[in-house]
Design a binder for this molecule. Structure first.
Ligand SMILES: [Mn+2]
Length: 362
């Protein structure tokens, strides 16, 4: 699989007439070479791939890299040695990942390099959009971990517990049931805090009558899952109960509609259309979904934004569908599932229950 990825990357360099490429994004390096360390970079020409790294990562790199990637241990510094290698290469131009350096480092880098420097973004990220069978298998495992975690935590949550206790139990469960970590800081937001669309767990005590949103993900072999469920602690405000089913309707519309060849804007319109129909679209305050892989948020995003909205979904993209509605002073609802795009109907990976608003007995 890795040899094939290296070959695909080299093909991409040739297609784009890139003579030399400086890969700085650690996830891109993992994708192309399998190396999982950080604070390293990959210097690539169509003929040679070199991982520039330091002593901490040499043994790891030897184990993880395919045979056609050379390891170079820097002496003066990661960028300093890379600049030297580029200047001595005799190559006319070099492309670097422009979104990976600060302004100060980028200026220094560009000023010190003798060949023409071409900033680019998205070269490897676009290769990562569609997932190969090995990646899909890892994501499926990461989804199984969050599905199991949700069923487990339903049996644990009770009034009097803090959000932090819930998050800690979830994270412990994920790490001891097949996950190697969380794909982002676990969101547990109860009561009024559920209006914070990204409310990381706090020390707030969960009370009867609270609505409770949990947005969480596990990592398996570096690959992420991402799921959101909103539940009720006993009976909640009837408006929130009604809202739950509006969000579910919008989410289901997205799951049913997404297919290869559809633009991101079309799908965004279908999901938002459900909220428009109910006259509540102004309470939907974030994007409708995103691709998932080595990063928790990857493109293509589900959006109507100019440019990005024109991107068409392709088979084997892994998109989340995650509409939500948030009423200040009352509470918020979000439901999120992970789906694989196909030529027909999407394949939903997440299986945790969501058909009815789950009420924890109080
Ligand atoms: Mn998400």
């Amino acid at each position: 699989m890795l040899m094939a990825r290296v070959e695909r990357f080299i093909k991409k360099l040739n297609e784009k007439h890139i003579e030399q490429f400086v890969m700085l994004n650690p996830k891109n390096i993992t994708y192309v070479t399998g190396f999982t360390g950080d604070e390293s970079l990959l210097l690539a020409t169509p003929n040679k791939l070199t991982l520039v790294t330091d002593g901490r990562f040499v043994e790891q790199a030897k184990r993880e890299l395919p045979d056609n990637v050379t390891i170079y241990r820097w002496q003066k510094g990661l960028l300093a040695d890379t600049i030297k290698l580029i200047n001595e290469s005799g190559i006319d131009s070099v492309v670097f990942e422009a979104d990976q350096l600060t302004y100060a480092k980028g200026r220094k880098f560009v000023d010190a390099i003798s060949p023409d420097v071409i900033p680019m973004t998205g070269v490897v990220e676009e290769m990562r959009w569609t997932k190969d069978p090995e990646e899909l298998a890892n994501i499926k495992k990461a989804v199984q971990v969050v599905d199991a975690t949700f069923l487990y935590i339903l049996g644990e949550i009770h009034p009097g517990m803090t959000e932090m206790e819930v998050a800690a139990k979830m994270e412990y469960y994920m790490k001891t049931h097949g996950g190697e970590g969380t794909s982002f800081d676990t969101i547990v937001a109860s009561g009024i805090r559920s209006t914070f669309a990204h409310g990381e767990a706090s020390h707030k005590v969960i009370e009867a009558g609270d609505i409770l949103t949990m947005d969480f993900g596990a990592l398996v072999n570096g690959y992420a899952s991402d799921m959101t469920r909103t539940i009720a602690i006993g009976d909640v405000d009837p408006k929130l109960e009604k809202t739950y089913y509006q969000v579910l309707e919008a989410e289901q519309a997205g799951i049913d509609a997404i297919t290869a060849g559809m633009t991101s804007r079309e799908l965004d319109g279908i999901i938002r259309g459900v909220f428009k129909k109910h006259g509540v679209e102004q309470y939907f305050i974030h994007g409708a979904g995103h691709n998932v892989g080595l990063d928790i948020h990857e493109g293509p995003y589900i959006t109507s934004r100019p440019g990005e909205g024109d991107i068409k979904f392709q088979p084997n993209m892994l998109e989340t569908i995650e509409p939500g509605l948030y009423y200040p002073g009352l509470g918020g609802i979000r439901i999120e599932d992970d789906v694989v795009v196909t030529e027909g109907k999407s394949a939903v990976l997440t299986t945790a229950p969501r058909r009815d608003l789950i009420k924890i007995p109080v």
